[in-house]
Design a protein around this ligand. Sequence first.
Ligand code: PLP
Length: 333
Amino acid sequence: MALADVPRLPLAHLPTPLEPLPRLSAYLGGPRILVKRDDCTGLAMGGNKTRKLEFLMAEARAGGADTIVTIGGVQSNHVRQTAAAAARAGLSCHLVLARAVPWDEPAYEVSGNVQLDHLLGAQVHLLPRGTERGGALQRIAKALRSQGKKPYVIPSGGSNPTGAMGYVACAMELAEQAQAGGEKIDYLIHATGSGGTQAGLIAGYHALGSQTQVLGIDITADRAEIAAKVRAIARDTVSQLAPGTALPKAAVQIIEGHAGSAYGMPTEQMRDAVRLVARLEGLILDPVYTGKAMAGLIGLVRQGRFAADQTIVFLHTGGMPGLFAYTSYFQNE
Ligand SMILES: *Cc1c(COP(=O)(O)O)cnc(C)c1O
C-alpha cells in the first residue's frame, strides 16, 4: 500500500521548516546540525503527535466513532494534541492521566499541558498513583460503550502502525526537503518514548531506500522495552508499505544513558542543553523529551560519533508546554 492511499485527516501545518543551527554547530565544533521543526505542527502548540493524529483521527472517523479516548502521563503532550484534534473533528474526548512521574512541584498537576487539556474541553480522568494504566483505559472505554457511545481508543503516545504513518510521511517530507536544499542527511536524531515516531521514520526511510540513519535517544530509562516497541511497530508498518522486504535488525538504534533516573525526572545535562540551545539559537526545548534528546546529541558529538563533514538533523518533537510544570528547576540562572 502506498502512503497516499492511507486515509488521512489534515491537522498539521506541513511541511514543517528545516533550519540550520549555525551557532550550535560552531559551538560544538562537530558536524553540521539542522533542526526539523515539528514543534511547529501548529495544532494547539504543536508537537509530533499531530502527525500521528492525522492518520488516527481518519481511522476514528471512518469507523464512525463519536468519542476519542486516550491515555498518558499527567503532562502528556500526546493527550493535549489529541484533545485538540478531537475538538477540531467535533468529537468528545476522554483523557486518562496517570501520575507516573514523582515530580512534586505545585505547577505539575495544574499548569502546562494539563491546563490546556481542560481548556480544550476534554474530560480528564486523573488516576491515583499506582493504578494499572491499561486496565483503567479499558474500564473507561467500557463505561462509555455502556452509555451508548462509540469510543475510539488511541494507545499511549498514539504509537501503533496507524499513528506511525505520520512519521513515514515525515521521512518522505524530509527527504524531499533535503533534495530540494541539496542536503545529504547522514543522521536523524530525536527523543524516543512510546516508539511510534522512530518506527515511522525507520519504516519511511526503509521504503525510500535511504541511507539516513535514525538514532532514537531513550527518554524512558528502559532501553530494552523501547527497542522492542520500535521494532514491532516498524516491522508492522514496513509490512504494509513495502511488503516482502525485511527491515534489517541494525535499523533500530537506541541511544541510552540520557533518561536520568526515570521518565520525566529532570537531569542536569538536560537543563544545560535546554539553556544552551535557548541562548545560542533562540530555540526552546522541553524538559522531558527534546532537552534529553539534545543532551544525547551533544554527548554523541563529544564522543566523536560524527565526522565534521557530516550533516545531522535534530527532530524537534515539541513538548514546550511541559516546561511550565518544571518552573522551579529552571529558576536562578
Ligand atoms: C511523545 C513525544 C516524543 C516521543 O515520541 P514517541 O513517538 O512517543 O516515541 C518526543 N517528544 C515529545 C515532545 C513528545 O511529546
